[in-house]
Design a protein around this ligand. Structure first.
Ligand SMILES: Nc1ncnc2c1ncn2[C@@H]1O[C@H](COP(=O)(O)OP(=O)(O)O)[C@@H](O)[C@H]1O
Ligand SMILES: O=C(OP(=O)(O)O)[C@H](O)COP(=O)(O)O
Length: 405
């Protein structure tokens, strides 16, 4: 694959040119406050180089999953403020995505200025399945940077999405991979080409349908597949136990049953879980064995016995990839599973394993436990993107950068 890089663009010269940068600034928020700025910090090197070289930088990014219309709770305003601090420059925030305010601000940029567009997913065309609709939005983005503009794809966490600001726009402008995308790919290439056994993958989190879809391709490649978090309950249900009001992907129960039949020796599921009477930090909790299941409440963490078992397999792994918290770690009562898994991976890393933690919330979790970034071999900004790469799938946001030279 031949991809032009940021270095190539800087060598061509960007002074006075409009450069559209797709970053992944999808950071976790609590009461409007950023709880982990990892993705913002990771976007800084590419942006700084472009600004120092005199580009007029326009950044586009998403926050959460709004339903194609403005949602004040998912405005990028807190992100613009934090990015200003990290860059040491004023980051203007447009009041819209590609509307009159964005256009006026883009026209007003001078060399070395930076503008952040409002949450791109406020525009329904961003995630449309209809290519013509996505192309219309991509064209509006191109208009903001002008005819001699360029596109830098730096949002690694979103390169697995065939979306207007990730994929379609790259067909319309000279396009380059940013430094973050290049760094992340280097690490993932190492995991896939220099994989030392035992190779363990740990999956959890709440994006259940996305992640169940990767297991089929991943299971034959790994020695151990540890499954916790919201992911686990569809498997537990497939084993025949009730799971109360836990996260459940009904239409995947049969698939999970089939996966267990074929990869039962590789897949490790929790045998106990922490059940809460409500989704709240002060919920009443109990431990349920998954062989019995539970009819009331919801499973919000793996149980203590499962933490021990998972930790034992992970401590002896030589390659580990982890995406998705084991429980609702944001509430202290449900953080023990994620903390236990994190500590086991740290111990394996200290013993020489190559470990990668990926995903916005997974990275936030390990930092919230006070574990140093260098306790792991790499903390990736992409969870789903990394998983799809490890699965061997073509990532649209990368494939579109291929110049086939
Ligand atoms: N059992 C569970 N029930 C509901 N939510 C869960 C459960 N376990 C984990 N989560 C939630 O999953 C979220 C992270 O999921 P996800 O976005 O898939 O991870 P990442 O961002 O690391 O890729 C966290 O906010 C966490 O609270
Ligand atoms: O948070 C993200 O992915 P992740 O949870 O897999 O790390 C990315 O910003 C992509 O978001 P999306 O899964 O809503 O497309």
């Amino acid at each position: 694959m031949a991809v032009r890089t940021l270095k190539d663009l800087l060598a061509e010269g960007v002074s006075g040119r409009g450069v559209l940068v797709r970053s992944d600034l999808n950071v976790p928020l609590a009461d409007g406050e950023i709880t982990d700025a990892g993705r913002i910090l990771a976007s800084v090197p590419t942006l700084t180089q472009l600004l120092d070289a005199g580009a007029k930088v326009i950044v586009t990014a998403h926050l959460g999953r709004p339903q194609g219309e403005p949602d004040a709770a998912l405005s990028l305003a807190p992100v613009a403020a934090r990015l200003s601090t990290e860059l040491g420059r004023n980051v203007q925030l447009a009041g819209d995505v590609v509307g009159s305010d964005a256009l006026a601000r883009a026209e007003g940029l001078t060399d070395g200025d930076i503008l952040l567009l409002e949450n791109i997913r406020f525009d329904a065309r961003e995630t449309s399945k209809d290519e013509a609709e996505r192309t219309k939005l991509a064209k509006a983005l191109v208009e903001l940077v002008g005819d001699d503009g360029a596109f830098v794809s730096d949002g690694f966490g979103v390169v697995h999405r065939k979306q207007a600001s990730v994929y379609d726009v790259a067909k319309l402008l000279p396009s380059y991979a940013g430094d973050l995308v290049a760094t992340e790919l280097d690490v993932l290439t190492r995991i896939t080409t220099e994989t030392e056994q035992p190779y363990a993958v740990v999956l959890g989190g709440s994006k259940v349908s996305d992640k169940l879809a990767v297991i089929e391709a991943l299971a034959p490649k790994v020695d151990t597949l540890v499954i916790g978090g919201g992911m686990a309950f569809t498997f537990i249900k497939a084993q025949g136990s009730p799971v109360g009001d836990s996260l459940l992907q009904e239409d995947m129960i049969a698939t999970c049953k089939d996966l267990l039949d074929r990869f039962g020796d590789v897949i490790h599921l929790p045998h106990d879980v922490v059940v809460a009477d409500k989704f709240a930090p002060d919920a009443q909790t109990s431990i349920a064995m998954t062989s019995d299941g539970f009819t009331e409440g919801m499973g919000l963490d793996i149980g203590p016995g499962s933490v021990e078992r998972f930790a034992t397999v992970l401590r002896s792994a030589k390659t580990v990839f982890w995406n998705g918290p084991m429980g609702v770690f944001e509430f202290e009562k449900f953080a023990a599973g994620t903390r236990g898994v994190a500590e086991a991976i740290v111990a394996a890393t200290a013993d020489g394993a190559f470990s990668v933690v990926g995903g916005g919330d997974s990275a936030a979790a390990v930092r919230s436990f006070g574990l140093a970034d260098d306790a792991f071999s790499h903390i990736s900004t992409g969870g789903g993107a990394s998983l799809e790469y490890l699965e061997g799938k073509e990532l649209p946001g990368l494939a579109v950068l291929d110049t086939q030279e």
